[in-house]
Design a protein around this ligand. Structure first.
Ligand code: KG4
Ligand code: ZN
Length: 347
C-alpha cells in the first residue's frame, strides 16, 4: 500500500517519542524527555529513563494522536524501536506497542533505531537514492554506512573503535563544566570561540590509519587530550577559555567525520550522503558537510535538528518504508535487542 498511516514509538534512551506519518508525510511528532532528571546525574540513568517512559507513554500517545488529526483506529501499522538501546527503556516501548497492536488488531514492526535515524530523512527530503551513504552519529553510535536498501540491506563500512561522537561531546562538556547532554552546549559555546586556537589530535587520520581503518573513527584520544589540556591550563590559575576549547574540539571531531565521509563517497562513487543521529544537529558539522560536499560534487541531506535527535517520527518513517515495501511485520513474541546490529533493520 502506498502512503500507509503509521504510528511510531521510540524509547531506546531518555526520550519518549511518538510520531505519526502518512507515507513520507509527517503528521505529528511528540516528545517527552527525562533529560532534566538525567542532568542531575550527569548522564542517563537507565532506571530513571524506564520509569519516565512508563509515566509518559499514554499521555504522549494521546497528544500525538490529537496533533495528527487522525483517530487511532485509522492506523495501518505500528512501528517500535526494538534495539539497540537501554534494555529496560526498550521494553517499555515494545510493551506499549504490542498492547496497541493487539487492541487495534494491527500489524507491528520492531525496527532498528539506527536505521530509523537514516530513514527519517525521507520525511523532509523524499525517497533515498539507493545506494547512498549514511553517516550516523549519535550518543551511542558512530558509523559510516552504505545503504543499498533501507528496508533490508545496510552495510557497515566503518565505526568508532571506542567512544561515539556524541559521547565525546558529552564527556568534553563535563570537563568544561557544561551541562548534560553536552553536545548542544559545546555547539553554542564554540560559536564565540576560535577553532584554530588549539591543535587537538584527529583520530585515525594518519597515513597508516587511513589504510588500516579507512572508515573507522576514534574519539577517546581526543577526549583525553582535551582533558589533559584543561588540567594543564588549570594550573595557571586562569579561567579556562571554554569557547576556544569547545571550538577546537568540535573542529577536530567534525573534520574527521566529514573527511572520511567524503572519502567514502569518492571511493564508492556514491553522490548522496545522509547524515543522521543527535550529533547531526551540530551546526559546524552541518556547515562543513555542506561546503565539502559542494567541492566533491556530493549531495548532503541532513534532516532538521529536531529530527536528528531521538524522536518517534523516525521510527514511524522506517515503519512506513517497511510496510509500503510489503515486508512481513514481526510476530507478537519478538523481544527487545539492546545490542541489535545496524545490518538488521527489523526485529
Ligand atoms: O541520537 P541521539 O538523540 O540519541 C542516541 O541515539 O544516542 O543523540 C544524542 C547525542 C548526545 O551525545 C548529544 O550530546 C548529541 O547527540 N548532540 C549534539 C548536538 N545535539 C545533540 N552533539 C553535538 N552538537 C549538537 N548540536
Ligand atoms: Zn538515537
Amino acid at each position: 500500500m502506498t502512503n500507509p498511516l503509521i504510528l511510531g514509538i521510540e524509547t531506546s534512551c531518555d526520550e519518549t517519542g511518538i510520531g505519526i506519518v502518512r507515507g513520507n508525510q509527517l503528521l505529528a511528532d511528540t516528545l517527552a524527555s527525562s533529560v532534566e532528571e538525567q542532568a542531575r546525574f550527569g548522564g542517563v540513568v537507565p532506571e530513571v529513563a524506564s520509569r519516565a517512559h512508563v509515566e509518559a507513554m499514554i499521555p504522549t500517545i494521546k497528544k500525538s494522536v490529537e496533533a495528527s488529526g487522525i483517530s487511532l483506529n485509522q492506523i495501518d501499522a505500528i512501528a517500535v524501536t526494538s534495539g539497540p538501546g537501554l534494555a529496560g527503556a526498550l521494553v517499555v516501548g515494545v510493551a506499549a506497542a504490542k498492547a496497541l497492536a493487539v487492541a487495534l488488531n494491527k500489524p507491528i514492526y520492531g525496527v532498528n533505531h539506527l536505521a530509523a535515524h537514516v530513514a527519517v530523512d525521507t520525511l523532509e527530503n523524499g525517497a533515498l537514492p539507493e545506494p547512498c551513504l549514511a553517516l550516523l552519529v549519535s550518543g551511542g553510535h558512530s558509523s559510516l554506512l552504505k545503504v543499498n536498501n533501507i528496508n533490508y540491506s545496510i552495510e557497515s563500512l566503518g565505526k568508532t573503535l571506542d567512544d561515539a561522537a556524541g559521547e565525546a561531546f558529552d564527556k568534553v562538556a563535563r570537563v568544561l563544566g557544561l551541562p548534560f547532554p553536552g553536545g548542544p552546549w559545546i555547539d553554542k559555546a564554540a560559536q564565540s570561540g576560535d577553532q584554530l586556537s588549539i591543535d587537538f589530535p584527529k583520530g585515525l587520520m594518519s597515513k597508516q590509519d587511513l589504510i588500516d581503518h579507512t572508515y573507522d573513527f576514534s574519539f577517546s584520544g581526543l577526549k583525553t587530550a582535551v582533558a589533559r589540556w584543561v588540567q594543564a591550563w588549570q594550573k595557571t590559575g586562569e579561567a579556562i577559555p571554554v569557547a576556544d576549547v569547545a571550538a577546537s574540539f568540535q573542529e577536530a571531531v567534525v573534520e574527521v567525520l566529514v573527511k572520511k565521509t567524503m572519502l567514502a563517497a569518492q571511493n564508492f562513487g556514491i553522490n548522496t550522503v545522509v547524515i543522521g543521529g543527535g550529533v547531526a544537529a551540530n551546526s559546524r558539522l552541518r556547515a562543513m558537510a555542506q561546503s565539502e560536499a559542494e567541492k566533491h560534487g556530493v549531495r548532503v541531506r541532513i534532516p532538521r535538528p529536531a529530527l536528528c535527535t531521538d524522536n518517534g517520527a523516525m521510527v514511524a518513517a522506517l515503519g512506513s518504508h517497511l510496510y509500503s515495501a510489503g515486508l512481513d511485520p514481526a510476530d507478537l513474541s519478538f523481544e527487545v535487542d539492546p545490542t541489535l546490529d545496524i545490518t538488521q533493520v527489523q526485529a
